[in-house]
Design a binder for this molecule. Structure first.
Ligand code: ZN
Ligand code: ZN
Length: 231
């Protein structure tokens, strides 16, 4: 089974660089690692950034540090420490390396299975309304990440974004305007985009979605429910 031929929506260089440098919030790291596990093209690009990053680190260590810069560096390093949780899952890039090549059985790719400690049977879905369900995954607080279950043909309420939203398709597909996102495809939504993703006909759509700011819903009902759903 190779999904790579059919993946047409990929990660940006900026996201791959951030992943390689370990500067992404944990929620985004998880989405990037999961896409990379499904996509040969982005895996190869990530490896290039790992090499470049390593070379830059060696160079910068040879340069004498300014006063105060050690403190700043240490603060950055401690901010980037992996967060260990009860299930032992950690999403630092270095720890993901060994998982890139592995194909997991089931719906969830290997990095996600490591993270949740199993496949879909581990997922505690909560209804969001209109048949859509979500499961928030535990992560460091700078961004949030959730699994979304959208029945075929159903739509996510029309919304805009205050920050960055990454949506990775794991099963089924969704349409956003004329664009189709199938398994392995990633949609990158920024503040300029307002959209109403609609799950395609066929298999129900399961996505992994990370956001670093609350969404902006147009309709009143989703706005009212928003604090409870933490979306
Ligand atoms: Zn890709
Ligand atoms: Zn969105």
């Amino acid at each position: 089974m190779t999904m790579t031929q059919t993946i047409s929506h990929h990660l940006t260089d900026a996201l791959l660089m951030g992943y390689s440098a370990g500067t992404l919030p944990e929620a985004f790291s998880l989405v990037v690692a999961t896409h990379i596990s499904m996509c040969d093209e982005c895996r190869a690009r990530a490896a290039t950034f790992d090499t470049v990053g390593g070379a830059m680190l060696e160079t910068s260590q040879a340069v004498a540090m300014d006063e105060g810069s050690l403190e700043a560096t240490m603060a950055r390093i401690s901010a980037a420490q992996p967060v260990a949780r009860g299930n032992g899952a950690v999403t630092q890039p270095g720890q993901m390396q060994g998982q890139h090549q592995r194909r997991a059985r089931g719906v969830l790719p290997a990095p996600l299975q490591e993270y949740v400690g199993g496949d879909l049977e581990q997922i505690n879905w909560r209804p969001v309304g209109m048949g859509v369900r979500q499961a928030l995954l535990p992560t460091s607080r700078s961004a949030s990440v959730r699994l979304l279950y959208i029945p075929a043909g159903a739509s996510v309420p029309d919304h805009g974004h205050r920050g960055l939203e990454l949506t990775l398709v794991l099963q089924g597909a969704f349409m956003d305007g004329d664009l189709r996102f199938g398994p392995g495809d990633i949609e990158i939504a920024t503040e300029e985009l307002e959209h109403t993703p609609i799950a395609a006909q066929g298999a129900d759509c399961i996505c992994l979605a990370a956001t670093d700011a609350p969404l902006r819903f147009r309709a009143l009902m989703p706005r009212l429910a928003q604090p409870f759903l933490r979306i």
